[in-house]
Ligand binder design. Sequence first.
Ligand code: N01
Length: 541
Amino acid sequence: MNGDQLMDETQKREPLDVVVIGAGFAGLYMLHKLRALGMKAVVLEAAENVGGTWYWNRYPGARCDVESLEYSYSFDDALQQEWHWSERYATQPELLRYINHVADRFDLRRDIRFNTRVASAARDEQNNLWTLSSEGGETFTARYCISAVGCLSLPSLPAFKGRDSFAGRLYHTGLWPREGVDFTGLRVGVIGTGSSGVQVIPHIAQQAKHLHVFQRTPHYSVPAKNRPLDPGETARYKARYPEHREAARQSAIGIAGFPVPTQSALEVSAEERTEAYGMGWERGSTGYTRIYTDILKNEVANATASDFVKMRIQQVVRDPAVATRLTPRYMIGTKRLCLDTQYFETYNRENVVLVDVSEAPIDQITEHGIRTTAREYELDAIVMATGFDAITGALKGIDIRGSGGQSLAQKWEAGPRAYLGLMTSGFPNLFLITGPGSPSVLSNVVTSIEQHVEWIADCLAHLRQHGIARMDADLAAEDRWVQTVNEAANATLLPKGNSWYLGANVEGKPRVFMPYAGGVGNYRVVCDQVVIDGYRGFLLS
Ligand code: N01
């Protein structure tokens, strides 16, 4: 009998303790913690292997924008000491190797069901169980269900007319073919210039015969200044790993190495600011918007940081008309800041043309390429770097039914509501790792994942110890937390950008600022205090 058959047999006999959805960073660590608690758990994963985001986003140039030594698990000191990161910012293949290494090192695969996409999760109130069904028709029953589906896992493909009529090949950066793509000699069009576009464009430009970039919004990007990691530097960092990790946990965005601003941009001279922004630019990190306390809080302060990047774009891009089209018009940081390698420089190449689709939008995809309202562009391949239905898309894509058959998608129709981003009222025993209303995408997500996984594991141990079978979020506590999330966002400029943080990138999605902007360290204190207060705001029975 193989592992899968064994699991099926087990399922027939008795329910599992926990079903986890997703085998990315979150699902793997959750499984490891559940095992340590002696719980019977299964992870259901749509892909054929582990990795989550780093499994799917295999496009050329895919690379993390948090430094490798920080974007990694901290829960096991031997793991963090033994793993060798080769570059300051890890590439997708290196990250995927790391995640595979973790799966093997902790022997996690035997409890993961691959090629198993969850279609529905239904609450059986009478028996206090969750039953999950896969698209393939298998069912899994457990006391607890834990979502580890990730915040950026449902690709967003704009519904361009004629998408299926294109005779060439069409790709999405978040669903990249495993075998890779050779663009040599091809005429390629890339739609989208967010983080994925900014990374993939320089790589395709080097291969393709010709590249058209279809840009709707010019975005801010700062150079990554990526480089190989020096062994001495790595050793010194690792020698102080516990301190660095603790600093990350207490920090605003889960990264120890970011500057902690102490001054307003408006209380220093213009020369001093220019020098600070120049140093930030040379440092190469998204910490650029954290140089002063008020870059993300005050429009005048923000303009000083925005203007510096605009000036750099004008300096890098040789054709002044192209430089102007590449110059952002919104406030820096109100959409996620990109980190690039040779992005703006790519527009100095002979084989690259920037097509501004803000005024003449894409009208349709044709058999031969892309037609804007101005003209048609003939292409052999189209790459959609058009992003994701972020934070809620993957969860709403599963037919989740809570108490009384209530649908999660319906409950969240006007925007997601969750207490601490961990549970949503009316869906007992369903936990959300990095759910809406938690720092998630506004942080080094691995730091945030570890905090949630550990909080949930401690919570499950507490429930078991006290003979509590059912846990739900109290609706009043949830409402208050949603208000706190709104207040935290409104204390910043973040809601003023047309960003995916707000759902603005998906047609028809409600405009609600979804992550908690109050900071990773502050959020941790709130979560810990809730526990100290006897799981305040949760209903335990
Ligand atoms: O997606 P995006 P992404 N017509 O939504 C354009 C993480 N990430 O995949 O801005 C024309 O940012 C859209 O235009 P506009 C990171 O958190 C991290 O790039 O809406 N254009 C935009 O330019 C990131 O923020 C890493 O006007 C259309 C682009 O498509 C998040 O994932 C790497 C369009 C989408 O940009 C998402 O990034 C990659 C249309 N109809 C991703 N629809 C790193 O760690 C959309 N667009 C480095």
